[in-house]
Design a binder for this molecule. Structure first.
Ligand SMILES: Nc1nc2c(ncn2[C@@H]2O[C@H](COP(=O)(O)OP(=O)(O)OP(=O)(O)O)[C@@H](O)[C@H]2O)c(=O)[nH]1
Ligand SMILES: [Mg+2]
Length: 303
């Protein structure tokens, strides 16, 4: 079971791992470690989006290790050790600590918020929880319909309001209703917003402000969804959301379609926001809990 899950994570990250692991093999083929090899390795790590700082730390470590003709496995072990120093403290487990645990999902357009809600609903329903999903993207009929389909697929309760109604009012009413229905988890989907759209950003603040009228601790978890395809450009996006609301964790999606999985390292290093899950595909099972050890092994194609 665990083995199957890891295999799936590995195949989800294969575009990134082919680039890094394949690149290392190619560079070390019949070569000794000297300055020019180290330079090639550094270029490979940077082009795999691991970030300049982390790549340079890895190369210093390799230089210090004084390995003359290391195997790719030895080099990968050193890389893994360095990456893990950054990622280990940034794992976040989402435990439903309250009777009703309310999760607000935010992010820019198209990053995978709605699909991720579908995946989260599926995971928690399968764990025996009573889950509700809220279509607080009230402006697009298609967005409401998309979440409704996910709710039917996953057996989650569906909450929506009339088109163009106030998303904050819907969020408020859904929390009240979910409490009455004794749900365990409520996942609130929001409209994709660009950080330069002041109205939408204000709307997000309002959703949070209004929920706090029910209980100051709401939302219990605010998750920012980032698209793995855009690599380190996510940092800027995240900083703007961070200024607007308290982000408890990140979910990085679409790592299956990207060779930029390494970008998780500089993103984590810069933002110091924990990562709860990663998305590696479009189906409901394609969501993996973020565990740094497993993630690094998959990224570097190690066992
Ligand atoms: N390959 C892949 N595709 C994904 C993943 N997550 C989401 N997608 C796809 O990305 C596209 C956009 O996903 P949505 O969930 O609609 O994104 P969104 O953030 O809700 O978009 P807006 O509501 O328009 O802001 C869809 O086609 C999803 O199936 C993933 O982990 N891997
Ligand atoms: Mg959406």
């Amino acid at each position: 079971m665990v083995f199957g899950w890891f295999k799936k994570l590995k195949s989800g990250l294969s575009k990134s791992s082919d680039k890094i692991s394949g690149g290392i093999k190619k560079i070390l083929k019949s070569k000794k470690i000297d300055e020019s090899t180290l330079e090639e390795l550094e270029e490979l790590l940077i082009s795999s989006d691991l970030g300049v700082e982390c790549s340079s730390n890895i190369i210093s470590e390799l230089r210090k290790s004084k390995l003359v003709s290391p195997s790719p496995e030895n080099v990968k072990k050193i890389i893994k050790k360095k990456i893990e120093i950054i990622l280990t403290n940034l794992e976040r487990d989402i435990e439903l600590k309250r009777n009703l645990f309310v999760v607000l999902i935010v992010g820019v357009n198209g990053v995978g918020k709605t699909a991720t809600i579908g995946k989260l609903a599926d995971k928690f329903v399968k764990e025996g929880k009573k889950v509700g999903v809220v279509a607080a993207d009230t402006f697009r009929a298609a967005a409401v319909e998309q979440l409704k389909i996910w709710s039917e697929k996953t057996n989650a309760e569906f909450f929506s309001a009339k088109e163009s109604s106030d998303p904050a009012a819907l969020a408020y009413q859904s929390v009240v209703s979910a409490k009455k229905k004794k749900l365990d988890l409520l996942l609130i989907d929001t409209a994709g917003r660009l950080h330069n759209k002041t109205d939408l950003m204000n709307e997000l603040s309002k959703i949070i402000r209004v929920m706090k009228k029910i209980d100051e601790s709401l939302p219990n978890e605010t998750i920012l969804v980032l698209d793995g395809n855009i690599g380190q450009n996510s940092i800027r996006q995240a900083e703007v959301f961070k200024d607007m609301c308290n982000i408890d964790s990140l979910i990085i999606t679409k790592l299956d379609g990207s060779a930029k999985g390494g970008a998780i390292v500089p993103i984590a290093n810069k933002l110091k926001i924990p990562i709860s899950f990663i998305g590696t595909g479009e189906s409901q099972e394609d969501l993996a809990k973020f565990e740094s050890d497993k993630f690094c092994s998959a990224l570097l194609d190690m066992d």
